[in-house]
Design a protein around this ligand. Structure first.
Ligand SMILES: Nc1ncnc2c1ncn2[C@@H]1O[C@H](COP(=O)(O)OP(=O)(O)O)[C@@H](O)[C@H]1O
Ligand SMILES: [Mg+2]
Length: 332
């Protein structure tokens, strides 16, 4: 069943277009990641779904019901923000219980729910504490707990992990996915981090300047980007682009792992190395040819160093072409 449907949504702030004809369907139980650079309109989309912002035009359906005119509290949607605002003077128990108390749920049910949620999130030992006595990761778990305790129809998460350090973020990503499986909930997860998008989403929507560029699985998006924006945004680093190599109107795109150093392959060219980065088990070699910079990913440092001249080979089977004026993919 389609849980949420966004139809021809636009949003202007004053005379500025912020969102342009957004269309997105989210099925029951899906974990959809909305990813895009800062300022691309991600939070505005979530705020409109939650009812905190009014669309300029377009329709939002929840369970096939038009909810444009519903007040936020009547939408049965929960939102988790980057800045998880817990009530500082309340205990963790009371923070978790709050959404249920607001709905006049009886005490026994509240106790049971707080008990269940806090066990699930591993915060049962902190129930008597105040938020300031907890670490960032623990507080974020409480914020999650508070969002899920009333079992809403839909979860909206706006960069909920971006205040956590890298290690905790990786751990929380896995926990969120586990939680999603356990609850079979429907989630829209917003991030500016493309790695988070690739690792978490079973469906990814990529946003730029208020427009959805592409919707697909991580594999679709990575292997079949529809334009240079998606190809360059997704990947670490993104796809390399070479201009004016063959046809002046086409850009040749190739991912860093599909360039080979000092090997014979379909096409080769020479380049000089600007920088070598070690990523642990891989190396990123940044190089330049005819004023065009690009990156190569290798498993081996190959005894190379800065300023070395290298021969770079292109695996032609992996090459994509894009229109230089529109950035759109040229189908082959
Ligand atoms: N209340 C507002 N009034 C005017 N402009 C706004 C308002 N909220 C957001 N914007 C603008 O809308 C654009 C998208 O913002 P936002 O949705 O927060 O982007 P993101 O979450 O992707 O970083 C930005 O250019 C931002 O400055
Ligand atoms: Mg935002």
């Amino acid at each position: 069943m389609t849980k949420l449907q966004i139809k021809n949504l636009t949003k202007n702030f004053d005379d500025t277009k912020i969102l342009e004809d957004i269309n997105l369907n989210i099925e029951e139980g899906e974990f959809v990641v909305l990813v895009g650079p800062s300022g691309s309109g991600k939070s505005t989309i979530l705020r409109i779904i939650a009812g905190l912002e009014i669309p300029t035009s377009g329709e939002i359906f929840l369970n096939n019901k038009l909810i444009n005119d519903f007040k936020p509290k009547d939408r049965d949607i929960a939102m988790v923000f980057q800045n998880y605002a817990l009530y500082p003077h309340m205990s963790i128990f009371d923070n978790l219980a709050f959404p249920l108390k607001m709905r006049n749920i009886d005490k026994k049910t509240i106790n049971q729910s707080v008990n269940d949620i806090s066990s699930m999130l591993g915060i049962k030992h902190y129930l008597a504490k105040k938020p300031k006595e907890l670490s960032g990761g623990e507080r974020q778990r409480v914020a999650l707990g508070r969002a899920i305790i009333r079992k809403p129809q839909l979860f909206l998460m706006d960069e909920p992990l971006s205040n956590l350090d890298a290690k905790l973020r990786t751990q929380m990503r896995a926990e969120l996915l586990k939680l999603h499986k356990t609850l079979s909930s429907t989630v829209i997860y917003v991030t500016h981090d493309q790695i988070e998008a690739l690792t978490m989403g079973n469906k990814i929507a990529i946003l730029n300047h208020g427009e959805i560029q592409q919707i697909g699985t991580p594999g679709d998006i990575y292997n079949n980007p529809v334009n240079t924006f998606v190809a360059g945004f997704i990947g670490n680093p993104g796809m390399n682009f070479f201009k004016g190599l063959a046809d002046k109107k086409a850009i040749l795109g190739i991912r860093p792992e599909h360039l080979l150093i000092n090997q014979e392959k379909d096409i080769t060219f020479t380049a000089s190395i600007d920088l070598i980065e070690m990523l642990g088990n891989e190396f990123l070699i940044y190089a330049k040819t005819c004023d065009q910079s690009f990156a190569v990913k290798t498993n081996d440092r190959l005894n190379l160093k800065r300023n070395d001249q290298i021969k770079v080979a292109i695996d032609l089977s992996k090459v994509l072409f894009f229109d230089e004026s529109t950035g759109k993919r040229i189908p082959l």
